[in-house]
Design a binder for this molecule. Structure first.
Ligand SMILES: Cc1cc2nc3c(=O)[nH]c(=O)nc-3n(C[C@H](O)[C@H](O)[C@H](O)COP(=O)(O)OP(=O)(O)OC[C@H]3O[C@@H](n4cnc5c(N)ncnc54)[C@H](O)[C@@H]3O)c2cc1C
Length: 437
């Protein structure tokens, strides 16, 4: 029987995973991968600061799915079939061992994204995937008798039985134009995973300081996240800000990235507990300057917030600024803390307000929220519900995860499912292409 031809548009994580999966499952099929740029896997190369955060050590499909502000429901069934443990096994079976960092992010033990690129290229070549650079799909038309006719950027035309679009995020709507030309609708693209610009001078003076666990919220937007925070030269960053930006990608875009941000620096304590600690300081260290004696570390023991002494919960520079921002002068001692000043300091600790005035993309990882509408795709096969024979994988879909390896996991999973589904279908025969192959 003559080969079944499958074209994959896009030589990124999703396209490669789909191509390899498909070629390994259907060795008789002709699998062509077309990349419009001069480099395969260019995002893998720069990902995770050059180390490639391949996935996250979260090995339960349900727990994994809730890390996707867009895509949670659609990804649950796919994750039951191919989740993070399958990614780990997939790379290990091809000689790439992954390691887990303290926060759950998984990287190749080499700490080099090139290891992942080499592995994917090796696997694709071993499975006889035909790889082409500088050949983008410019236009696509459905053929009357099934399959597609593609016009390529180098002037060639080819036909195929099945087409996978894995062309990446729709940062500009034009990037989703192939899907639109085949009848699909796009959720409008907006950035996800960004950091906040805040001009408050005392905050800028704290650049480099980090706090292990704070709670950030945006009033009126029902956005609230807990986690580690980092002060930067331009405002705030760190996992908690990136998560908030992912969950709030659309709302914050609609606010033109100008909104008040509240920070609770001691989220495991309430106002009464903090006030009680101040009271005890008045008695235990009345002569000490408040700016020099940050609140002691809190810890959670058996479900109860408790103090333990000896370590500061907040960097001393930050504590000093919070005290000053509450209107308490440097030379105020604990014994002289008035009720009104105490109230202001408690409020400052549990609800510092910062005016956010803009955003910057996170340098280690950024993705686009928006893309092909999920309701238009069958997640059992990643096939279009609108255009038979057309499949989707990766960031082109309206799927995006929080930071930590979840975005690649979505690319691996959707690529794997699309690859399996395309391999299982034997449709129409087309002669081989290009002619010199
Ligand atoms: C700086 C940075 C760091 C990141 N780090 C991480 C990380 O560590 N962990 C993580 O989980 N996620 C990370 N991400 C997100 C992750 O890179 C993406 O989610 C992932 O690459 C999406 O894979 P994809 O294959 O869908 O798209 P892409 O990787 O964008 O690949 C799409 C490919 O299609 C090509 N293409 C586009 N149009 C056409 C066309 N018409 N014809 C042919 N080819 C076409 C593009 O040139 C591109 O090569 C990072 C993103 C960035 C920008």
């Amino acid at each position: 029987m003559s080969p079944h031809r499958i074209v994959i548009a896009g030589g990124g994580a999703a396209g490669f995973f789909a191509a390899i999966t498909c070629a390994e499952a259907a060795p008789d099929a002709e699998i062509i991968l077309l990349e419009k740029s001069a480099q395969f896997l260019s995002k893998v190369k720069i990902s995770g600061g050059g180390r490639c955060n391949v996935t996250h050590a979260c090995f339960d499909a349900r727990e994994l799915a809730v890390r996707y502000p867009r895509g949670e429901r659609a990804l649950l069934a796919p994750f039951i079939r191919f989740q993070a443990s399958d990614t780990v096994a997939w790379f290990e079976s091809r000689g790439v061992k992954l390691k887990t960092e303290g926060d759950g992010r998984m990287f190749p033990v080499s700490d080099s994204s090139q290891t992942i690129i080499d592995c994917l290229l090796r696997a694709a070549r071993a499975a006889n995937v035909k790889l082409f650079l500088n050949r983008g799909v410019e236009r696509v038309a459905k053929r009357a008798n099934g399959g597609f006719e593609l016009a390529l950027s180098d002037g060639e035309k080819i036909s195929c039985d099945r087409l996978l679009l894995a062309t990446g995020g729709c940062r500009a709507a034009v990037a989703g134009q192939l899907a639109v030309s085949l009848g699909h609708k796009l959720e409008p693209p907006v950035p996800s995973l960004f950091t906040f610009h805040i001009a408050t001078p005392w905050l800028r003076g704290l650049a480099g300081a980090s706090v292990e666990s704070v709670e950030v919220s945006v009033p009126g937007a029902r956005l609230r996240e807990r986690g580690a925070l980092l002060a930067t030269h331009w405002g705030l960053s760190g996992p908690v800000i990136l998560r908030l930006s992912a969950w709030g990608a659309r709302e914050l875009h609609d606010l033109d990235y100008k909104f008040p941000l509240y920070i609770n620096w001691l989220p495991h304590l309430n106002a009464e507990k903090i006030a009680a600690e101040f009271q005890s300081r008045r008695g235990s260290q009345p002569a000490k300057w408040i700016v020099n004696t940050p609140l002691a570390l809190w810890s959670k023991t058996k479900g109860h917030a408790q103090y333990s002494t000896g370590r500061a919960p907040l960097p001393s520079r930050l504590w000093e600024q919070l005290v000053l921002a509450a209107g308490i002068s440097r030379d105020t001692r604990w014994a002289a803390l008035s009720r009104a000043a105490q109230h202001k300091l408690v409020q400052q600790l549990i609800r510092t307000e910062f005016p956010v005035t803009g955003k910057s993309l996170n340098k280690d990882e950024f993705v686009t929220c928006g893309g092909v509408r999920l309701g238009e795709v069958d997640f059992k096969t990643m096939e279009s519900r609108i255009c038979p024979g057309l499949h989707f994988a990766g960031e082109l879909l309206d799927i995006d995860g929080v930071t930590g390896g979840f975005n690649f996991q979505a690319a691996w999973t959707t690529g794997w499912i699309a690859g399996r589904a395309m391999a299982a279908r034997k449709d129409i025969h087309i002669s081989t292409w290009p002619r010199n192959h």
